[in-house]
Design a protein around this ligand. Sequence first.
Ligand code: PEP
Ligand code: MN
Length: 340
Amino acid sequence: MIVVMCKGATQEQVVHMVQRVEQLGLKSHVIVGTERTVIAAIGDKRDEHRSSLERVPGVAEVVPILAPYKVASLEVKPERTVIRVGPLVVGNAHVGVIAGPCAVEDEEQTIATARAVKAAGATALRGGAFKPRTSPYSFQGLKEEGLRILAAAREVTGLPVVTEVMAGEDVPLVARWADVLQIGARNMQNYRLLEEAGAAGKPVLLKRGPSATIDELLLAAEYILNAGNQNVMLCERGIRTFETHTRYTLPLATVPYLREKTHLPVVVDPSHGTGHANLVPRMAAAAVAAGADGLMLEVHPDPENALSDGYQTLNFQQFSETMALCRRVAEAVGKVIASL
Ligand code: PEP
Ligand code: MN
């Protein structure tokens, strides 16, 4: 249920309502808006407490939350969440661009890429130190050394670092070095990991599982939000279908759909979504046209010799052309791609 407080409700009335909600064995989430405060009361399936809460002073109305996800829903928080990490702004008419190699390979490759993506207008650096590879015989990432290299690239460029954490026990280590924790597609439903990442105090980029529904993605986000972390970005990165010409199928309708259902910003990853570098520029532009709040793009100095995902990775020239195209589209749809 959502308890909507009256416009002039006092702080005491809000505190009192939170106590009432908790006495009923429900979890409370207070969302302070510019107009009024709402309290989400979570955990009650049958609305049996609705009328008793309606009688509490300062309450305007109590309404059931219809969606299966609660705290992520636009019903609970009509104001859109904006993620700000240094120069990276995702949401509020800003298209944040997170770019960099699939995997951190060495310091030279990472710093050269960070410099190039920054020059072309990216405001965050991506790069995997812990790599979830389909085959255990493929390059698994430089792990802690990779995190150190990412931090060195941040030092040189000022770009915040977005990097994947694959296991709950790695969260403290990754959170020490990273600015944004990425939960990979394969781990979208690793609920203990979501809770650990949610509790780490860093913004989280949550990728959609290749066979997860949108409701499942939103419920996964709910685990992070419930751990007390409001800074969650959702990422559409393509789903598995019968189509084999692209690595995954990138459903861009996810973007306007999510924007109707949730206040959380939506990032699109056309690199994994298509699996082919030549398809990335147009799909990045299409994502911006569809209303994406951010883009995640794989970029490498020499994609042909990349240790992972080279076939879907842009070189510096291609990245800079993609940015120019996306800027024109952003302008046409009333958004900005700001650079550092
Ligand atoms: C990645 O972004 O490096 C990655 C592994 O992506 P995904 O989890 O979407 O496959
Ligand atoms: Mn990759």
